[in-house]
Design a protein around this ligand. Structure first.
Ligand code: GLY
Ligand code: MN
Ligand code: MN
Length: 349
């Protein structure tokens, strides 16, 4: 992170220091990964990290910015410094700071700053892209290793455990979200929780992601246990067509909302648009879900260096769901699908 980028945060803003409390933003600006760290960012690009004595060594290793080891509450140490520096107008992350913490700053003029750093984070640096690529590869390797261990009659939870185990073995810090393994009608819930249902026959939806070196990957793949029905094959082909059409349209200047319209238009041609009940995708990086949102109304123009998911799906209560999801990098001329896992109709058992 270079000073000019941080200083750009202050353009058109009515504050003289920015209080950063969201851990992913703290990590982005300073490299600090401790659980208790807040920042003051100043208009000249200077940053001070406030943390506690548990992180004296870690902060010295991870950060080049000024570090204050606070003996008590971070908010008290920060307020003392703000008073000493005679700063009263302080921007804060309105989407993150709790009301209680907000009220403790009653001597100051707190100004809400919405998704400021998240906006910077949308376009990834080369180093971040390298980390996302590694995370995506680990995620795909973990799926194959887990499917090798799959046996008919295994429960959803057991297969999810295989996925999580292999993901860590291949280099992940941990899962980027609770791994979804959903069989049969359970797959009609887009965010189903794996349970004790045995995987014997039918639709199997697996949605998994890794965090590696702090960065997320996200992939959904379908496996059919036993021979698929004609209805499943038709649904799978329609979702895949919708996903590929959206990926085909991704390039700089296209809005996130436009990509969403494309997936919906394809599903509408198959009379399946009413079964698509979530947005087409989302940015990912230090968080599994971050801007932009590939939803109907997002006017964000895609730029080279953005990393997004494309994940249309259809869901029929009582029958099941079909979703196909890749992690995709926007490039200067179009996009690159980072996820190497095949999207051929897959059958097992
Ligand atoms: N499972 C989270 C997502 O695909 O967005
Ligand atoms: Mn996703
Ligand atoms: Mn996912």
């Amino acid at each position: 992170m270079s000073a000019p980028t941080v200083t750009a945060l202050f353009r058109d803003q009515k504050f003289d220091a920015l209080l950063v409390t969201k851990p992913e933003n703290v990590r982005y600006l300073t490299g600090f990964t401790g659980s208790n760290g807040w920042l003051l960012v100043f208009p000249d690009g200077a940053i001070t990290l406030y943390t506690d004595p548990r992180y004296t060594v870690q902060s010295a290793v991870q950060c080049t910015c000024q570090v204050v080891i606070a003996k008590g509450m971070l908010s008290e140490a920060i307020q003392e410094d703000l008073k000493r520096l005679k700063i009263r107008r302080v921007g804060f992350e309105a989407e993150h700071l709790t009301v209680g913490r907000y009220e403790s700053f009653s001597d100051f003029k707190l100004k809400p700053a919405k998704v400021l750093i998240e906006t910077l984070r949308m376009v990834k640096t080369d180093d971040e892209i390298t980390k996302i690529r590694a995370s995506v590869i680990t995620n795909s390797k973990a799926l194959e290793a887990a499917l090798k261990r799959f046996k008919t009659g295994m429960t959803e939870t057991e297969l999810a455990a295989e996925i999580d185990y292999h993901s860590r073995k291949f280099g992940a810090d941990g899962p980027a979200f609770d791994t979804i393994v959903a069989v049969g009608p359970n797959s009609a819930q887009p965010h189903a929780r794996p349970g004790k249902t045995k995987i014997n026959a039918g639709i199997l939806l697996i949605d998994m992601g890794a965090f590696e070196a702090g960065y997320a990957s996200d992939m959904t793949r379908m496996v059919h246990v036993g021979p698929p029905t004609t209805l499943y094959k038709k649904g799978y082909a329609a979702v895949l067509e919708s996903q590929l059409a959206a990926i085909d349209a991704i390039k700089p200047g296209v809005t996130a909302g436009r990509v969403d319209q494309i997936t919906r238009a394809v599903l509408k041609r198959h009379n399946l648009d009413k079964e698509f009940i979530h947005s087409t995708g989302h940015g990912l990086g230090l968080e599994i879900h971050e801007p932009p949102r590939l939803g109907r109304k997002d006017p964000t123009k895609l730029e080279p260096g953005m990393v997004i998911t494309v994940e249309p799906g259809i869901y029929q209560e009582g029958w099941g769901g079909i979703r196909i999801e890749d992690t995709v990098l926007v490039t200067a001329t179009g996009c690159e699908i980072l996820t190497p896992t095949s999207k051929e109709l897959r059958q097992t058992g």
